[in-house]
Design a protein around this ligand. Structure first.
Ligand SMILES: NC(=O)c1ccc[n+]([C@@H]2O[C@H](COP(=O)([O-])OP(=O)(O)OC[C@H]3O[C@@H](n4cnc5c(N)ncnc54)[C@H](OP(=O)(O)O)[C@@H]3O)[C@@H](O)[C@H]2O)c1
Length: 306
């Protein structure tokens, strides 16, 4: 599997990893998908305490013989120092591992000072409970503040929405991350499945044309577009085995620069899923945090009942 440098570390991560959002906690099918995907080289698994499926990911990890890079996230309503520490312990327990490879702040929360959150993250590194610190859905300004709040560690990654349809990060975030050696982890890289039913005929026809030319599928071309940018890894979620295989073969070959430019010209700049006033609320209001907490509790209760 093609790899991407992780921040300024000497480590490399697979260019194509696996997302797990909406994978149920009790799904044996998803365990199989993750196990097979890891065997095919997609040995990075991304989850979050908010997905309420870390136990399932843990079972998948125990079924995999080879090394897997485990990424999970702490929810914004746990950004107080003591909450970060206990959220991490809970994730470790659910995952059944001793160290999380990449622990990410899921979403900025301006109602908690970033210094306090980052102090806890550095404690976790020191204690060997996490190896690397990442963020998710952070703007450039928020990343600068978050890095300034760290005393010893560096932010190695920012997980953001990025697909051929949603290319907002190409405005300035991508360049910033490349310059600062922060790996971009592209989430919803297949536009949450919309790749199979694109709204834009322009994108669809270029994807199909390039797919035919390279003997690939449109989804593979769409993923290759992302990882052809320096410092970008993508984490598609696939529970269908055919999708798992297809995604694993989206790396190891290259679209030409001209083909990348053609796709960019055809693709929309697309707004991220959460943008405008909703994004402002998400970052600033503690009411949003408690709402997310409620949602998470609901999901956990539901998962427990199943
Ligand atoms: N940090 C954040 O705030 C955040 C937000 C959203 C997502 N994420 C992360 O990013 C991961 C991926 O994003 P996502 O789950 O939103 O969406 P996605 O990966 O863009 O799309 C997933 C959908 O695409 C389908 N699919 C997978 N491979 C395919 C292929 N080769 N051809 C056609 N369809 C295919 C899947 O179907 P099947 O499952 O049926 O195979 C599923 O319906 C998440 O799972 C999560 O880990 C993070």
């Amino acid at each position: 599997m093609q790899t991407v440098a992780l921040g300024r570390t000497r480590e490399r991560i697979p260019a194509i990893g696996m997302g797990t959002w909406k994978m149920p906690n009790d799904s044996n099918g998803c365990i199989n998908a993750l196990r097979e995907g890891a065997a095919m080289g997609m040995s990075l698994i991304d989850t979050a305490e908010m997905y309420a499926n870390e136990e399932m990911v843990g079972r998948a990890l125990r079924s995999i013989d080879s090394q897997v890079f485990v990424a999970t996230k702490v929810s914004p309503h746990h950004f107080r120092e003591k909450d970060v520490l206990s959220a991490c312990d809970a994730s470790l327990k659910r995952l059944g591992i001793e160290t999380i490879d990449l622990y990410q702040l899921h979403w900025p929360n301006h109602s908690v000072p970033i210094k306090e959150t980052m102090r806890a993250m550095e404690t976790l590194v020191k204690e060997g409970k996490i190896r690397h610190i990442g963020v998710s859905n952070f703007s450039i300004e928020e990343m600068v503040d978050a890095q300034a709040a760290l005393k010893r560690e560096e932010i190695v990654s920012n997980q953001v929405e990025y697909s051929v349809f949603v290319r907002a990060i190409e405005r300035d975030m991508l360049e910033f991350c490349q310059k600062e050696h922060v790996t971009v982890i592209a989430y919803s890289p297949l536009a949450r499945g919309a790749i199979s039913r694109p709204k834009s005929h322009a994108v669809q026809s270029v994807l199909e044309e390039l797919a035919a030319k390279h003997s690939k599928t449109p989804a593979q071309v769409a993923l290759n577009y992302l990882i052809s940018h320096k410092g970008v890894a993508a984490i598609p979620k696939a529970s269908a085995m055919q999708h798992v295989k297809e995604n694993s073969e989206a790396a190891g070959w290259r679209l030409s620069r001209h083909e990348v430019e053609r796709l960019a010209a055809a693709g929309g700049t697309g707004r991220p899923m959460v943008s405008g006033p909703t994004a402002w609320l998400a970052k600033n209001m503690s009411v949003w945090s408690s709402l997310m907490e409620k949602m998470e509790r609901g999901r956990r209760a539901k998962a427990g009942r199943r």
